[in-house]
Design a protein around this ligand. Structure first.
Ligand code: NAP
Length: 288
């Protein structure tokens, strides 16, 4: 029997549904880039008028940090204009918009984890394009959620191209080199979607930090992955200059991307990374 919750979730439309986070959205209408290119306002309006969702989870974004640095105009087109388009479309049909944003809106100079009300001061084109997406959403809508996350992982071998996946893949090699002095809050895409579901059902609005709890260094995360997989690979820390090329997914000049949340919806990062590896990377776990 369809519950009231199922009925609400069936009226959710998700953009960028084919990505890492989108892979955990198992409700409503999920659209990939072919079905809805968010950079096209007419497309956004048409699709929203057609489906009339009550809530839009806007995941579509250019998340390749290196590409955003090389081609800022493209980053602004997808992440800022695309979000403005989705906000305008949401306003026209009276839908709530959930915009997934990033810890890269902060400058990393704070010693402690960032809270929701801290001042934004992005230092990269990716961060600037996502920050302006936040500004666009807030300027158009009253009924919105801005959900900031950090160091996302999820989607397994097929979809995960980020830090956690790169480390898991390297556990079969002889050595892993980790950039030193970078702190953040890993976010399991599955936990993010679970938290968004709860916020939708509560009809919440506002800015929320929704990373997994904790603020480890990249070295701490790598050591945890070694522990979980049972790998014998040696992990060493190296100076940031070692990875000085523009393709590095680490935010330049940003040593602290960690987040703390005003709400208690998400578990600790170690438990989430453990579940992720055991469930989605089982062939990387040593059996004794
Ligand atoms: N990944 C992270 O570490 C991270 C950290 C903080 C915040 N976030 C945010 O979390 C959200 C979800 O990210 P994710 O990790 O799921 O990223 P993802 O795996 O890169 O997924 C993003 C999706 O957006 C789609 N897309 C790109 N341009 C589009 C366009 N013009 N129109 C429609 N769709 C488009 C991509 O389609 P194609 O597959 O066709 O390219 C992709 O499927 C994003 O808003 C991102 O900024 C991510």
């Amino acid at each position: 029997m369809k519950t009231k919750e199922d009925a609400i979730l069936s009226q959710v439309l998700t953009t960028g549904g084919n990505g890492m986070v989108g892979s955990y959205v198992d409700f409503g209408i999920k659209l990939d880039r072919r079905a809805l290119d968010v950079t096209d306002l007419n497309d956004a309006l048409f699709v929203c008028r057609q489906h009339k969702p009550k809530v839009i989870i806007h995941l579509a974004a250019e998340t390749d940090v290196g590409r955003c640095e090389r081609d800022p105009q493209y980053a602004y087109l997808v992440n800022t204009i695309g979000s403005y388009n989705m906000a305008l479309a949401a306003k026209e049909i009276g839908a709530k918009l959930i915009y997934v944003s990033t810890s890269a809106v902060f400058d990393g100079s704070k010693k402690d984890p960032y809270i929701e009300t801290d001042e934004c001061n992005p230092q990269s084109y990716y961060g600037r394009s996502k920050f302006l997406g936040e500004v666009a959403v807030k300027s158009v809508l009253n009924d919105y959620i801005i959900a900031r996350v950090c160091w996302m992982f999820g989607g397994g071998q097929e979809k995960d191209k980020k830090f956690v996946a790169k480390i898991i893949e390297q556990t079969k090699g002889s050595e892993i080199k980790i950039i030193s002095g970078k702190y953040g809050s890993p976010t399991y895409g599955k936990d993010l979607v679970g938290a968004l579901k709860k916020l939708i059902l509560q009809d919440a609005t506002g800015i929320f930090h929704l990373s997994n709890k904790g603020s480890p260094s990249r070295f701490d995360v790598a050591k945890e992955i070694i522990k979980i997989t049972g790998s014998k690979t040696n992990v060493t820390e190296v100076d940031p200059s070692f990875f000085s090329n523009i393709h590095s997914e680490s935010m330049p000049n940003n040593n602290n991307e960690s987040l703390s949340s005003k709400i208690d919806l998400i578990r600790g990062w170690q438990e989430a990374v453990r579940e992720y590896i055991l469930e989605e990377w089982p062939t990387y776990v040593k059996k004794y």
